[in-house]
Write a protein that binds this ligand. Structure first.
Ligand code: IMP
Length: 201
């Protein structure tokens, strides 16, 4: 069975990719002590995902998958984008609850933006890097609206303030399975999974 390393310590992401890739043996970085912790210094999701997957493929000698994602708000010209995790900076870090500080900042920034202009998308770039072989990059998107007050307790990050198009519940009010089925990450991982058999040859 082919082993693929997912460039993350996040067990939730490893489990999600494992569900999607089925028969492939997916392991996370916890299995590789000393693996490099790569800073996300690029200005695009694809660039950051490639940085991580290349470093992990070089370190392990195994095919590596990495992703990078975030919330892109139309009224903020696509930001927080690649800065999503760190949007509230050291002020958010000092509160001890970065996710809440990040989403509160976005809500404040959109306070005067009318409902019809509050569109945005969760975006995910997923990449596969085969040592000495091919590199593939795909993107998944989930369009929706940024609501005015947080709703729901599931998910993470900006989920409580995002309602996907065509629905009424925030992504924090969806079950994990419902979110996987439509999410940017689910879409990107599923698209990548179709490329893997040929890429591994
Ligand atoms: P990363 O791809 O794990 O680095 O995630 C970057 C950041 O984007 C997270 O810390 C969240 O703030 C945000 N984000 C990415 N995906 C989601 C999602 O599915 N729901 C809510 N926030 C997300």
């Amino acid at each position: 069975m082919t082993r693929i390393v997912l460039a993350t310590h996040n067990k939730g992401k490893v489990a999600e990719l494992h569900r999607i890739l089925g028969e492939l043996d997916v392991v996370g970085l916890d299995e590789f002590p000393g693996a490099p912790d790569v800073a996300e210094t690029e200005l695009t999701f694809e660039g950051n995902a490639l940085l991580k997957a290349r470093a992990v493929a070089a370190f392990t000698g195994l095919p590596a998958v990495a992703d990078d994602s975030g919330l892109c708000v139309d009224a903020l010209n696509g930001m927080p984008g690649v800065l999503s995790a760190r949007w509230s900076g050291r002020y958010g870090a000092a509160t001890g609850d970065r996710d809440t500080a990040n989403l509160r900042l976005v809500l404040d920034q959109l306070a005067d933006v009318p409902d019809e202009l509050r569109g945005g998308a969760f975006v995910c770039a997923a990449v596969l890097v085969v040592p000495g072989g091919v590199e593939h990059c795909v993107e998944g998107r989930l369009r929706g609206t940024v609501i005015r007050e947080p709703r729901g307790t599931g998910g993470f990050g900006y989920d409580p303030i995002f309602v996907p198009d065509g629905g009424e519940r925030s992504t924090a009010e969806l079950s994990a399975e419902e979110k996987d089925a439509i999410s940017h990450r689910g879409r990107a991982f599923r698209a990548l999974s179709e490329l893997i058999p040929q890429a591994l040859g």
